[in-house]
Design a protein around this ligand. Structure first.
Ligand code: F6R
Length: 241
C-alpha cells in the first residue's frame, strides 16, 4: 500500500486529481469509479480547473459512482446523482450518458450495476472516501467481503453524520444502494482519500488492523494497487508517523 501524507484536504485533492488526469492521458477511455461526500470535492474542483486549462479530456471516459441514497430522486438536491452533476459532470466534457450512478428509486435488481461495470470492461481507477466507522462505499461494519451491489442499511452513526446535509432528521435516508466490497475490490487500482482527525481510527485499521468485516476498509490490505492520501490528522495513529 502506497501512503502519501499531505498537509490538508486541498493538497490531497490536487494530488488525486493529478493521478486521475495522468491515467486518463495514458488511457483516454479510462473507466473511473467515483465517490461523493465532502472529501472528494477538492479533487473534483481541481479536475474542473485542469479541464478548463485543457490538461485533461473526459470525452471518452466512463464513470461509475459508488452509491446512491435509497428512494431519493436523481433531482433531489441531496441525491448523489445531483451531487455528481453539480460538482463535476456539468463542468467537464464527459458524456452524461456514460456517467452511471446506482438508481435509488429502481432498486429491484441492484446487482445489474455490477454487470454494467463488467460490460464497460471493469473499473480502471476507483476513488474512495472513508467513513468514520471504516465504511467504503456504504458498506458498513459487518458487510460480507464477497458483497456485490445491493440495497444496504446505514448504521445509526452514519445516518447521524449524514444528517448535516438534510433539513430535518426525518428526511435523512436510512438505506442506500451501494457497490459491494467485492465490486470495489475488482477495480484495477484504488485511491482512497481521508482527511481529519475523525478518520484516524479507520485509517489505523485500514493500514495496520486485522483484516476483518468489522472494519470494511481493512479489506484494502488484500488489494495489490492501493494508494491512500491522508493528512497529518488522519495519519496520526499510523505507526511510522
Ligand atoms: C460516498 C461514500 C462514502 C463516503 C464516506 C466519507 O460516495 O461512498 O463512503 O466516502 O462516508 O464521507 P465524507 O467524505 O463526507 O467524510
Amino acid at each position: 500500500m502506497n501512503i502519501i501524507i499531505v498537509k490538508d484536504n486541498q493538497e490531497a485533492g490536487e494530488i488525486a486529481a493529478e493521478m486521475i488526469a495522468e491515467k486518463i492521458s495514458k488511457n483516454p477511455k479510462l473507466v473511473l469509479g467515483l465517490a461523493t461526500g465532502s472529501t472528494p470535492v477538492s479533487t473534483y474542483e481541481t479536475l474542473i480547473k485542469m479541464y478548463k486549462n485543457k490538461k485533461v479530456d473526459f470525452s471518452q471516459v466512463k464513470s461509475f459512482n459508488l452509491d446512491e441514497y435509497k428512494d431519493l430522486q436523481p433531482t433531489h438536491e441531496q441525491s448523489y446523482r445531483y451531487f455528481m452533476n453539480t460538482k463535476l459532470f456539468d463542468h467537464i466534457n464527459i458524456n452524461h450518458n456514460w456517467t452511471f450512478v446506482p438508481s435509488g428509486t429502481d432498486t429491484k435488481n441492484p446487482e445489474t450495476y455490477d454487470l454494467e461495470i463488467e460490460k464497460a470492461g471493469g473499473i480502471d481507477l476507483q476513488l474512495l472516501g472513508l467513513g468514520v466507522n471504516g465504511h467504503i462505499g456504504f458498506n458498513e461494519p459487518g458487510t460480507k467481503f464477497d458483497s456485490k451491489t445491493a440495497v444496504v442499511d446505514l448504521t445509526p452513526s452514519t445516518i447521524q453524520i449524514n444528517a448535516r446535509f438534510f433539513d430535518s432528521p426525518a428526511e435523512v435516508p436510512t438505506q442506500a444502494v451501494s457497490m459491494g466490497l467485492a465490486s470495489i475490490m475488482n477495480s484495477k487500482e484504488i485511491i482512497l482519500i481521508a482527511t481529519g482527525a475523525n478518520k484516524a481510527e479507520a485509517i489505523y485499521h485500514l493500514v495496520h488492523g486485522k483484516v476483518s468485516e468489522q472494519w470494511p476498509c481493512s479489506i484494502l490490505q488484500n488489494h495489490e494497487n492501493v494508494t491512500i492520501i491522508v493528512d497529518q490528522e488522519a495519519a496520526k495513529l499510523l505507526e511510522s508517523n
